[in-house]
Design a protein around this ligand. Structure first.
Ligand code: HAM
Length: 425
């Protein structure tokens, strides 16, 4: 017997074309990346590629010492006397790069997006991983509420293009510094009066981070939470005006949303508008995306004052929603199965069809037809075509639509096959 095999580390997953849980299938991931790229680039966002490792103090200063992420979830290690951390999120690194390259002074209006792995040493559970992937965007340099509106409109279009049914958009404001300070004081007094009803974690947090008590799952049903003051009671005129424009424009643009007075987010850099998208069908970890305004962060990390707003989506969770909705897992458009003597023509034909933008896979295994057919199914090909002696002689073949179990007789050249493939959608 060989040595015990090595498995992936706890909370880390493989994404493969087949053979894994449905939401780790490459096809869903490709679709998510493709749609996100097209929607984001369509709104003028340009991709940035940033290091997966940053100096630890960036996150401590950026995300906040008293957050769960910095307090207990960072993968931190020492190298040559430096303390380094695998990025737990993308915003702090983006702001670091923005300042490092002097964009805060030279060219502060920037629309960036990124896709990449993030690392949080959380207790792994359903939809919560230690390495997970985010698609995120950061929009620097614009303080106007129309930047918030544009991002939320973009996200609405993104959900539609991905075909995500039943996504809810929760929105709130955490106000400017003045409002947040007043709100903290008011909340602290409220928690003090209701201390007995709070969990141990919140008894501590009410002093260090009183806003976070608002989204404590353990205390959800308590009187303390039910009767908690609303930030609207203490919102400054400027913050109120900003938030009112956001809400009224979303209404005018028919972007569905719901105000959630308890939405405060788990990172400390937010100011003003905050939002989360949640999906039905996921369990406790139902947030597929979170974001908001962070107008102080560029300055807090050593840059000039530059307002910003952004969001990040969790790819694993979106893939699971797609899988649950029974979205078709995308495979090649066409799978060609050549019989002996037909391989050369099959390879040529595949190229002809590819020249029309289709994805084509040729089964070059020289295996039995039954086996090839099985593979076409497993690849989730849209259509399959057998190329044997008769087909070569007649110049025609049967195009089999695998989803629908119907066939169509087609001429054996690229354009005809491509048209038939398009017709079947
Ligand atoms: P976040 O809410 O911490 O925000 O993460 C955004 C999304 O990443 C979550 O809604 C969730 O879908 C996914 N996510 C977070 N942790 C995990 C995990 N352990 N396993 C699987 N998925 C996870 C941020 O990260 C901010 N940087 C967003 C932002 C950008 N705000 C402004 N700009």
């Amino acid at each position: 017997m060989g040595a015990a095999s090595v498995k992936a580390a706890k909370g880390m997953k493989d994404v493969l074309p087949t053979g894994v849980e449905e939401h780790f299938l490459t096809g869903f991931w490709d679709k998510i990346i493709q749609v996100s790229t097209s929607v984001l680039e369509g709104h003028g966002f340009r991709r940035v590629l940033l290091p997966a490792v940053e100096e630890t103090r960036l996150f401590a200063r950026g995300i906040g010492e008293d957050t769960d992420i910095v307090g207990k979830e960072m993968f931190t290690f020492e190298r040559s006397g430096d303390s380094l951390t695998l990025r737990p999120e993308g915003t702090a690194g983006a702001v670091r790069a923005f300042i490092e390259h002097n964009l805060d002074r030279i060219d502060p209006v920037q629309r960036w997006w990124y896709f990449g792995p993030m690392f949080r040493a959380e207790r792994p559970q359903a939809d919560r991983y230690r390495q997970f992937y985010q698609i995120g965007a950061e929009f620097f340099g614009v303080a106007s509420p129309y930047a918030d509106v544009e991002l939320l409109l973009l996200l609405y279009q993104w959900c539609q293009k991905l075909g995500l049914d039943s996504v809810q958009v929760g929105i709130n404001t955490v106000g400017d510094d003045e409002s947040r300070k007043a709100y903290r004081d008011r909340l602290q007094a409220h928690w003090q009066a209701h201390q007995g009803e709070l969990c141990d974690n919140c008894k501590r947090r009410m002093h260090t981070n009183p806003l976070r008590v608002l989204d404590c799952k353990a205390d959800l049903a308590s009187e303390a939470l039910k009767t908690a003051p609303d930030i609207m009671e203490v919102l400054s005129d400027a913050s109120r005006k900003h938030f009112e424009v956001v809400i009224s424009e979303l209404e005018a643009l028919k972007v569905p949303h719901e105000r959630d007075p308890r939405l405060v987010r788990g990172l400390d850099y937010y100011t003003g508008t905050v939002f989360e998208l949640t999906a039905k069908g996921l369990g406790a970890q139902n947030a597929i995306l979170g974001g908001g305004r962070y107008d102080n962060l560029v300055e807090d990390l050593g840059g000039s004052p530059v307002p910003a707003i952004g969001f990040a989506a969790g790819v694993e969770r979106i893939a699971r929603v797609l899988a649950q909705q029974k979205t078709r897992h995308p495979g090649p458009d066409l799978y060609i199965m050549p019989m002996p003597g037909a391989h050369r023509r099959a390879l040529q034909l595949a190229d002809e069809v590819r020249s029309f933008g289709m994805q084509v896979e040729v089964d070059v295994s020289e295996g039995r037809l039954k086996k090839q057919m099985k593979r076409a199914d497993r690849q989730n090909a849209k259509a399959a075509l057998v190329l044997g002696e008769d087909e070569l002689v007649n110049g025609r073949a049967k195009l089999k639509y695998l989803d629908k179990s119907v066939e169509n007789d087609v001429e054996l050249h690229g354009k005809a096959i491509c048209l038939a493939l398009k017709e079947m959608v």
